[in-house]
Design a protein around this ligand. Sequence first.
Ligand code: CA
Length: 222
Amino acid sequence: MRILVVEDEARLRELIGRTLEADGYEVVLEGDGARGLTHAEAGGFDVIVLDLMLPTMSGLEISMRLRRRGVRSPILMLTARDTVDDRVAGLDAGADDYLVKPFAFAELTARIRALLRRNADPGGRELRVEDLVLDRARREAVRGGRRTELTAREFSLLEYLMRNAGRVLTRDQIIQAVWPREFDGGANVVDTYVHYLREKIDASPNRALIKTVRGVGYKLGS
Ligand code: CA
């Protein structure tokens, strides 16, 4: 289960991150609004925790844009003020729930569990790019009628590439999105995992879907 947390107060962001990781969630932390939107659009998150007041783009704006673009991940809005107007604005913008600061971490995790229950499969069961299908429930890739099991990391990498089909992704972008944030190995690990994926989904006679963009990174699909 992947959770995106967009919160500009560094201490609170770290605390939320640690709390959620301790509960076994995979967490992506971001302090900036516009970058948060980019993550949210790309990531296939099971829940998005959005602070209302953020630099460069507010939580309301992020939420509205995500809904307009068809991203259905449940959104939990964090707000510093508890006024009816704020709550209504948040819900109108597409948030599923809100929490007023300061809050107890136990309440945060309870709200997240409730959102996960309500949205058993927010990202959709299947992802499809051309003739490649990612079965999210079974964590398998299907191509040319052949099913292939994926390891957790291969699955996350392929999901990220598929959600960003047609876009060139740098190794750093891929590492930020797919590897845990404490990862401090080199960018070569991306090449290694792309190699594994190619053997599973791009092997002959299939046409290669994962393309190397020399000096930059990778792109899936045309
Ligand atoms: Ca804030």
